[in-house]
Design a protein around this ligand. Structure first.
Ligand SMILES: NC(=O)C1=CN([C@@H]2O[C@H](COP(=O)(O)OP(=O)(O)OC[C@H]3O[C@@H](n4cnc5c(N)ncnc54)[C@H](O)[C@@H]3O)[C@@H](O)[C@H]2O)C=CC1
Ligand SMILES: CC/C=C\C[C@H](O)C(=O)/C=C/C=C/C=C\C=C\[C@@H](O)C/C=C\CCC(=O)O
Length: 258
């Protein structure tokens, strides 16, 4: 199996894209630490995965990525349980233009926090074994998403941070690759935010145009994202790359040179 002996940590793993990524990692032989703030959903998922893969292959840890204390403790528990973590996926995210400060806290600060905690563990310069960090951005991290300016800002931040960390890691000799996935619309709970006035806040009047954008771009099954994740994970030549996953297929994004 391609990932035999590897151990991953996935945030927002209880449902949606994070669950699909966790399942493809398990299918390919990895052990997975599942982190999520939704304790009941995560616990139910763990029970289901125990039945499919046995209780030794996964660990569910309730964790809010906004909390340094919870996140650090979760990584420590995963390392104590599995021995090491060499694959880290910062996936947890929300879409809420009303509570935009929370969106920044989860989508951007949570990704920075998780990336730094993972780097601290993986860094070869401080006794780590190296590894790969894959952050879940969005097509909204590569261009304007009307009606969701803060969500767009957080995803642009994830893109810029991930690219800069890849360059920083390479120049420093950390032995850690940083990459990202930029999906279009995917059939999960988060897209309900697109038409939910509470989540759209002052831009609720743009629910219809946003719905039209969704119809124009199509809505993918979560498996398309997790398949892209596995492709990116297994290609050790990829560092600082954005894999775009859209209806017509997946391709690596070419960033404009300055
Ligand atoms: N569904 C879509 O159309 C797209 C989603 N994305 C991104 O994919 C990622 C996953 O989202 P989906 O699976 O689509 O949504 P989802 O809402 O189905 O799943 C998100 C998961 O993250 C968890 N979560 C939320 N806040 C958290 C926190 N503070 N700490 C820990 N866990 C937390 C939730 O409990 C949930 O299990 C997000 O970063 C999202 O921005 C990117 C492009 C498209
Ligand atoms: C409030 C948002 C809630 C959920 C959105 C979902 O999670 C998500 O991230 C969906 C993103 C879908 C974006 C689809 C199309 C965006 C198109 C353009 O605005 C920018 C995209 C790409 C530009 C890249 C380029 O052409 O150079």
């Amino acid at each position: 199996m391609a990932l035999e002996g590897r151990t991953a940590m996935v945030t927002g793993a209880a449902q949606g894209i994070g669950r699909s990524i966790s399942e493809i990692l398990l299918k390919n032989g990895a052990k997975v630490a599942l982190l999520d703030v939704a304790e009941a959903t995560g616990t139910t998922l763990k029970k289901s995965l125990d039945g499919q893969y046995g209780p030794e292959r996964t660990l569910f840890i309730p964790c809010d990525v906004q909390s340094q204390q919870q996140f650090k403790a979760a990584l420590q528990k995963a390392v104590e349980t599995f021995g090491h973590v060499d694959i880290f996926c910062n996936n947890a995210g929300i879409a809420n233009e009303n509570d935009w400060e929370k969106a920044v806290s989860v989508n951007l600060m949570g990704v920075v926090r998780g990336s730094y905690l993972a780097l601290e563990h993986m860094n070869k310069l401080s006794g780590g074994q190296g590894g790969v960090i894959i952050n879940i951005a969005s097509l909204a991290g590569l261009g304007p998403f009307p009606g969701a300016p803060v969500y767009t800002a957080t995803k642009h931040g994830v893109v810029g941070f991930t690219r800069s960390m890849a360059a920083t890691s390479k120049m420093s000799g950390y032995g850690v690759r940083f990459n990202m996935i930029c999906p279009t619309f995917v059939q999960t709970d988060i897209i309900n935010s697109l038409t939910c006035p509470a989540a759209l806040g002052q831009f609720a009047h743009l629910a219809d145009p946003t719905r039209k954008l969704m119809e124009q771009h199509g809505v993918l099954d979560v498996s398309r994202v997790s398949e892209g994740f596995l492709q990116l994970l297994l290609d050790e030549t990829k560092d600082g790359e954005a894999l775009v996953v859209v209806s017509k297929g997946s391709q690596y994004y070419t960033f404009p040179s300055l």
